[in-house]
Design a protein around this ligand. Structure first.
Ligand code: FMN
Length: 412
């Protein structure tokens, strides 16, 4: 029999005040049968619908219900400067499940509200979160609820969509808790994905280079660093050992990601050379200047007269990378402006061949909501056989995650 992926995994399950909350007892039993350690957090409202003792019996662990434990003297902890563990379940979770999820908890997380133990723990966790909504059809169809769901999906929260059927409130429609088997399958898949880059060393470059003209002026580009940073974050969340080489960016990486900053093209290349030999995968997403000034001025150039700059092409870093580490799985980005799909793919494939790369991600920075500065992107991923995978317009975190799915299929 195949070994369960859930053995010794910590699944934290949040129970909210929906009629379907009794169904989570069967879910918990099944998760434990598959080897998971299950920890339950109940909201105050849910305790009116199912007894705390039922969940303690099913999970084998004490159920947590309050942010401030009645037996802890917090004032004493603060006075003695002792660490206070109030979000420990958020830290130990391999997966966080909200089942059933009320319209209320969905609205709270979507708006960053942390006013009880469950919502605070969800906001504090970096584990994948699987939300299993269950509610009356009119509540589910409410545009505000749907807007909150969309917002959470864009932030890479996962959903086990509710199903159509008879609802406990007497209505018929979409709103029934997803089938438990479907929920268990999603949990197993998410746990698998969370570890699928474990022990893989990944080098990601991101952001824009600066080439000095004089001590105050530079040549740069519109890269915000959001795409590369999102890839580094998603790789980190999937267990990879990530090094992010980051140039100018409008965003800072979340999580505890190792990073080194670079400024010029040559600085970036030096840092790549220093690190590439130890890496399994490299994703070169930095927007590298194509030109540098022939003669950098040591003092600020006067602005009173016309200025002619002589520029030379910079090193094509991407074309050197495979020579520096023959075994590396090399992924590059090709940005074009207002190209047809075919032209875009051809341009990416030509870059792939010239660099002996494994994948090139083509994005048209002239398309609406794609490319530089914005939070979303739409890309075509081209492989060595010129097979193309389209990642549709989505938040850059989701695009990064899908790109990692494609890379993993080729690497593992
Ligand atoms: C008997 C009963 C059943 C309820 N069932 C649901 C439900 O299935 N889904 C839902 O979103 N809200 C349901 N509610 C409303 C929630 O309990 C309410 O919005 C509450 O504020 C949720 O709090 P919580 O998310 O902190 O548990 C129900 C309320 C009652 C009284």
């Amino acid at each position: 029999m195949e070994k369960s992926i859930l053995i010794n995994k910590n699944v934290v399950i949040g129970i909210t005040g929906g009629i379907a909350c009794y169904k989570s007892i069967d879910l918990i039993r099944e998760l434990r049968d598959k080897g998971a350690n299950v920890h339950v957090i109940m909201t105050e409202h849910s305790t009116h619908l199912v007894g705390i003792k039922d969940f303690e019996k099913a999970s084998g662990n004490e159920v947590q219900t309050t942010l401030f434990h009645p037996k802890i003297d917090y004032k004493d902890y603060i006075k003695k400067n002792k660490p206070i563990k109030h979000i420990s379940l958020a830290d130990i979770a391999d997966l966080f499940l909200i089942c059933p999820a009320t319209a209320n908890i969905i609205g709270k997380i979507a708006n960053g509200i942390a006013d009880d133990l469950l919502s605070t723990s969800i906001i504090a966790t970096i584990a994948p979160v699987l939300v299993c909504p269950a509610m009356n059809v009119k509540m589910w169809k409410n545009p505000i609820v749907q807007g909150n769901v969309k917002k959470l999906k864009n932030h890479n929260y996962h959903f086990a969509e509710p199903e159509y059927g008879e609802l406990a409130c007497g209505y018929k429609g979409v709103g029934r808790l997803a089938n438990l088997k479907k929920i268990i399958d999603r949990i197993q898949l998410l746990i698998k994905q969370r570890n699928d880059l474990k022990r893989k060393r990944i080098l990601v470059t991101s952001g824009a280079t600066f080439e000095e003209i004089d001590p105050v002026r530079i040549i740069t580009n519109k890269s915000s660093g959001k795409m590369g940073t999102s890839i580094a974050e998603q790789a980190y969340l999937r267990g990879a050992d990530v090094l992010l080489l980051r140039g100018y960016s409008s965003v800072e990486p979340n999580y505890d990601i190792n990073e080194e900053k670079f400024t010029t093209v040559n600085d970036l290349f030096d840092k790549i050379k220093k690190n590439i030999k130890d890496m399994d995968i490299m994703i070169h997403c930095a927007a590298v200047s194509d030109f540098e000034v022939n003669e950098k001025k040591g003092e600020k150039i006067k602005s009173s007269s016309e200025l002619h700059l002589e520029l030379s092409p910079t090193t094509k870093i991407f074309e050197h990378l495979k020579k520096l580490n023959k075994k590396i799985f090399l992924v590059g980005f090709k940005a074009e402006y207002k190209f047809s799909k075919d032209k875009l793919i051809n341009s990416a494939f030509n870059l792939l061949k010239s660099a002996d790369a494994d994948l090139v991600v083509a994005n048209d920075v002239g398309r609406k909501n794609a490319g530089f500065e914005v939070d979303t992107n739409e890309v075509f991923v081209v492989d060595r056989k010129k097979k193309v995978e389209h990642i549709k317009l989505a938040d850059k975190r989701i695009v990064g995650d899908r790109l990692l799915d494609i890379i993993i299929c080729k690497v593992l």
